[in-house]
Design a protein around this ligand. Structure first.
Ligand code: PLP
Length: 384
């Protein structure tokens, strides 16, 4: 809160929330508390509330408070990876006999976790096109406890109307989780639209520099936050102090990075849409994208992820990925450097043969913050 009691702006919270100058030294950046345990003044006499770093660590607390502030939540929790965060959420909310609805376009690892791991514990799931509220309504059963949404989705940049699906979840007595990794809280705030929990792979835009793997959950519901924190400690897949610090450092520049990612992506989309070798471009900023109006309503801008299909099929898509020089061929996304990949053979290989299978001629770009003219020239030479 500011001196006048109003909520601070996103850019200010990103730099300051959860982070006072260090009380002992005045250091303006929170120290990396690389420590496992804390001296007690007599049994149970905790000085700062900390007893063991799986349960809580001051550097992680700074990140968790920051995450809560950025998503407009009350409780933020930081994990060792995005999938560790997802695992904690799924095991907190679901028990044998329960059912969840998952999107027909989502990160392949999310699908693998649900279909290959969580299902073994007696949890049923069905796939729905979450861009279509009628399809979600139809997929809901009396045992449905969770609806999972990823918007924009990975890799087809599908858009789901968060407020509409939140209504469906509420009337079904289910919770709504939104994977906000592609947008980041700068571009989209699912809790304000009615979601119960936000999920992040902080590996991506939050960290922003391709130098850390991490995950997060944020909720505005104190009771749910307490249950998630219990499971985080009980299961133990927490973010370490140095990783927490790296994510905190990345977040400080999130707003300026997202503006530049979005501006660069918009220019690239324009060029791809006009290119004779490109048969389709997926980007919610395109007026022709079926989710454009919803995206414009619930997002500040359209982000840095772009997918497209190339004439010549799978072989040509793979060849384009091999020919770029500024775009680096690699998995992951959301860093300052531009990346290119072939989802069918790389990030989404685990969904082959399922309802989530992606087109074989699809190429995915994570558009970085380099000079856009260099990125455009690289794509032009790679497309030939
Ligand atoms: N959610 C999305 C949208 C992702 O793209 C990813 C990873 O690519 C994950 C979750 C999983 O995150 P992590 O790789 O940090 O475990």
């Amino acid at each position: 809160m500011t001196e006048h009691g109003s909520r601070q702006h996103f850019e200010t919270l990103a730099i300051h929330a959860g982070q006072e100058p260090d009380a002992a030294t005045g250091a303006v950046v929170p120290p990396i508390h690389q420590v496992s345990t804390y001296k007690q003044d007599g049994v149970g006499g905790l000085r700062g509330g900390y007893e063991y770093s799986r349960s809580a660590n001051p550097t992680r607390t700074a990140l968790e408070e920051n995450l809560a502030a950025l998503e407009g939540g009350r409780r933020g929790l930081a994990f060792a990876s995005g999938l560790a965060a997802e695992d904690c959420l799924l095991r907190t909310l679901l028990k044998p006999g329960d059912h969840l609805v998952i999107p027909d376009d989502a990160y392949g690892g999310t699908f693998r976790l649900i279909a290959k791991v969580v299902e073994r514990w007696g949890v049923a799931w069905s796939v729905a096109n979450t861009s279509d509220p009628a399809a979600v309504r139809e997929a809901v059963r009396p045992e449905t406890k969770l609806i999972w949404v990823e918007t924009p989705s990975n890799p087809l940049l599908g858009i789901t109307d968060i407020a509409l699906i939140a209504d469906i979840a509420r009337s079904a007595g289910a919770r709504l989780a939104v994977d906000n990794t592609f947008a980041s809280p700068y571009l989209q705030q699912p809790l304000a639209l009615g979601a119960d929990v936000v999920v992040h792979s902080t590996t991506k835009y939050m960290g922003g520099h391709s130098d850390v793997v991490g995950g997060a959950l944020v909720t505005a519901d104190e009771e749910l936050g307490g249950e998630l924190a219990f499971h985080q400690n009980a299961m133990g897949a927490i973010a370490g102090p140095f990783d927490s610090w790296l994510v905190l450092r990345g977040i400080k520049t999130l707003a300026v990075r997202m503006d530049r990612h979005s501006a660069n992506a918009a220019r690239i989309v324009e060029a791809l849409a006009a290119h004779p070798k490109v048969t389709q471009v997926y980007y919610p900023g395109l007026a022709s994208h079926p989710g454009h109006e919803v995206a414009a309503k619930q997002m500040r801008d359209f982000g840095g992820m772009v997918s497209f299909r190339v004439a010549g099929g799978e072989e040509e898509a793979v060849a384009v990925c091999d020919r770029t020089r500024v775009f680096t061929l690699g998995e992951s996304l959301g860093g300052v450097e531009s990346l290119i990949e072939h989802p069918g053979r790389m990030t989404h290989a685990s969904v082959a043969g399922s309802a989530l299978e992606v087109p074989a001629d699809l190429v995915r770009l994570s558009v970085g913050i380099e000079a856009v003219d260099d990125l455009l020239a690289d794509l032009r030479q790679a497309l030939g």
